[in-house]
Write a protein that binds this ligand. Structure first.
Ligand SMILES: O=C(O)C(=O)C[C@H](O)C(=O)CO
Ligand SMILES: [Zn+2]
Length: 278
């Protein structure tokens, strides 16, 4: 488990490229036949990837050492979105078929979790966020058609995109986790500009659907102290509450966002006037 400490905005201002990457960037999320986990002490979100190829993947029992519990989800909930081939997920005695671009919510208390690819030649890639939870809501698969969509931006400002809200209160109850996927329209390269912070929640962005030469310049930092990270395919960025989170790609991309914190009101954002940015 890769542990990331919380970071103060005044410290973040002093970091060079390597320091910014060490604190905020999550690389190498997908390893064959493994689950990778990065534990951020910011709101205690765990971010990871599961890629079963030749055998099923489960969470190791030793993970309880990091969460201080008897088993991984004893006091946690988990949401995943499949960006690879079809998956079969066993959650205790329930089996879920999770196809490409579908999500699965696993409620607190699930003991047995097993992830398989339906076709090893097209392995599933299950990107997940996991957060502390106080009660057990039902496990549920959410398809793209069931997700709540919102289209924003315009071709003129290169930011026309649809936000598919998979795990939000309009769709299903969760303790605190919110997750969705934003798809840019052809020709649009900007996400979340004009940008925002949300003092009451942290957020993680995971970029994918990019070829090996494509990069996203992901903007972070306080609005008057912006920095950037060069992000490649299937990498994630941790965004503390004080940070903006926005990006522009050299080519098309898609990203998954996940949020954890005080409330679940999607529109609870502190919008940053464009004139404030430095
Ligand atoms: O494209 C966007 O705009 C987003 O996807 C915004 C994220 O959902 C977000 O930052 C929610 O707080
Ligand atoms: Zn946000």
């Amino acid at each position: 488990m890769d542990i990331r400490q919380p970071i103060h905005s005044e410290h973040a201002r002093t970091l060079d490229t390597e320091g910014l990457r060490r604190h905020f960037l999550v690389e190498d999320l997908f390893q064959p036949d493994q689950a990778t986990l990065t534990y951020s002490q910011i709101d205690r979100i765990i971010v990871g990837g599961i890629m079963p190829v030749s055998r099923p993947v489960s969470f190791a029992p030793e993970l309880g050492r990091h969460t201080g519990t008897d088993y991984f989800l004893q006091r946690r909930e988990l949401g995943l979105i499949n960006i690879g081939g079809a998956a079969r997920v066993l959650v205790d005695d329930q089996q879920f078929e999770v196809g490409p671009r579908e999500a699965l919510y696993v409620g607190q208390g699930a003991k047995i979790l097993e992830f398989k690819s339906v076709d090893p030649a097209q392995p599933a890639k299950l990107y997940f966020n996991c957060a502390p939870a106080h009660t057990a809501y039902p496990h549920r698969k959410v398809t793209l058609a069931e997700a709540s969509p919102e289209t924003l931006g315009s071709p003129e400002t290169s930011n026309r995109r649809t936000i598919h809200k998979f795990l939000v209160p309009d769709v299903l109850p969760t303790c605190q986790l919110l997750m969705g996927m934003t798809q840019l329209e052809p020709g649009s390269l900007w996400n979340t500009m004009p940008c925002h912070q949300h003092d009451r929640r942290m957020e993680v962005y995971f970029y994918f659907d990019m070829n090996e030469n494509a990069v996203v310049f992901h903007m972070l930092g306080e609005p008057t102290q912006t920095r950037h990270l060069v992000v490649r395919n299937e990498q994630a960025v941790i965004s503390p509450s004080w940070s903006i989170h926005s990006g522009v790609g050299t080519q098309a991309y898609t990203f998954i966002w996940g949020m954890v914190g005080e409330n679940q009101v999607f529109k609870d954002m502190d919008h940053v006037p464009m004139t404030t940015l430095r």
